[in-house]
Design a protein around this ligand. Structure first.
Ligand code: B12
Ligand code: SF4
Length: 305
């Protein structure tokens, strides 16, 4: 039988920083998703509404599912936080988007892990690997896999690695030994709630996307509502503020993986520099990065010039 320990050893070999296993059961937190949708907090991310049924339980995706193997990959690199920057002309791009597209990089590594599992397992099994785009509440399974707790800023935080981590998972029908869930270590801290420039964290662990700079600059189509323009400042693609102020990210580990290193085109760039670039230059710099999501037109809208 394929053991949980062997899978974790292989995950580490493939470059994953953390790996844990959660049971595929009806975790209480999963029910919050529908309430969140009904409050309108998803804005116009219609795909979330469309997949609500499947997101309610991974067994709606794979009926035979018994476990969810969750991995985490540190993407932080050695650059200062936007909250430390004194230069008002500096353009801020969220650090998850500085390097190569994590969907491609991590997706390929997860497929390698799954292929290895299939080659090692004496029994056949049903399984699917996802990173970000699957109909799965990744944070809930990460918490139950012991990867980290869901912070008041809604991000999964690992006590050693912090929250600059990508999550990915393999839903499978194997009956593997599960980890203990991570426990909440936010305590009485409320730094992220106070620091959010648009007051998007409307309660502990509850984010109203329609106010979130990440949503406004990446997912929202059409003009940025006037009421948020000033608070957005020079955050031209995503936002990291609620993680930058978090004490658990005060001395974060740094990844040396070439995939996540900042591309020269974005490193220390000013809003003026970005605005002055041609469409072709921007398109080249965005190629095979997560920034392709907004295309050049979206980035230009955010730059506001
Ligand atoms: C939609 C989405 C967004 C939306 C909404 C974010 C949000 N907080 O809900 C927007 C566009 C704003 C966004 C922004 C970002 N995102 Co995003 N996003 C997603 C996505 C695709 C779905 C998340 C979702 O369903 N949200 C709805 C809420 C309700 O669900 P949830 O976040 O899973 O929360 C669960 C629990 O927190 C719990 N819960 C929450 N509140 C409460 C309250 C109570 C009372 C209870 C009981 C339970 C409970 O229930 C929820 C599930 O039902 C996931 C990938 C995935 N498939 O899961 C990535 C994901 C969450 N995003 C990620 C990242 C990296 C980001 C950004 C950092 C990018 C950036 N720098 O701009 C920001 C962070 C902003 C933030 N504070 O969340 C990572 C987070 C990794 C981590 N360490 O947690 C994920 C996991 C992608 C990945 N595979 O790595 N994102
Ligand atoms: S800033 Fe404080 S409240 Fe917010 S996620 Fe970090 S520890 Fe939790």
């Amino acid at each position: 039988m394929l053991s949980a320990a062997a899978i974790k050893t292989k995950a580490a070999e493939l470059g994953f920083d953390l790996c844990g296993i959660a049971p595929a059961s009806d975790h209480a937190e999963l029910t919050f998703f529908r309430e969140w949708l009904s409050r309108g907090y998803a804005g116009d991310m219609a795909y979330l509404n469309r997949s609500a049924e499947r997101r309610a339980d991974v067994r709606n995706v794979i009926p035979s599912a018994r476990t969810v193997i969750v991995t985490a990959t540190v993407y932080n690199t050695d650059r200062p936080y936007s909250t430390e920057c004194q230069d008002p002309s500096r353009a801020h791009i969220a650090r998850y988007a500085w390097g190569d597209d994590y969907h491609d990089v991590i997706g390929a590594r997860m497929e390698q892990l799954l292929a290895w599992m299939r080659s090692e397992s004496p029994e056949t099994f049903d399984a699917r690997a996802y990173v970000d785009t699957g109909p799965v509440q990744e944070r809930v399974y990460a918490q139950y896999a012991g990867i980290g707790w869901i912070g008041k800023n809604t991000c999964v935080i690992n006590p050693e690695k912090g929250s600059w981590i990508f999550l990915a998972e393999i839903i499978c029908s194997l009956d593997l030994e599960c980890d203990r869930p991570a426990f909440d270590q936010c305590g009485t801290c409320t730094l992220c709630i106070e620091a959010c420039p648009t007051q998007a964290i409307v309660g502990p662990g509850v984010l109203d996307s329609t106010r979130c700079i990440s949503y406004l600059t990446i997912e929202h189509r059409g003009d940025i509502p006037d009421e948020f323009r000033e608070a957005m400042g020079t955050h031209v693609y995503g936002c990291d503020i609620c993680q930058e102020v978090c004490p658990w990210n005060a001395t974060p580990p740094v990844s040396t993986d070439p995939a996540w290193q900042p591309r020269a085109a974005w490193d220390g760039v000013s809003v003026g520099d970005l605005a002055a670039r041609s469409d072709d230059e921007l398109r080249k710099a965005m190629k095979k990065s997560a920034m392709q999501r907004t295309k050049v037109a979206g980035l230009r809208r955010n730059v506001g010039r």
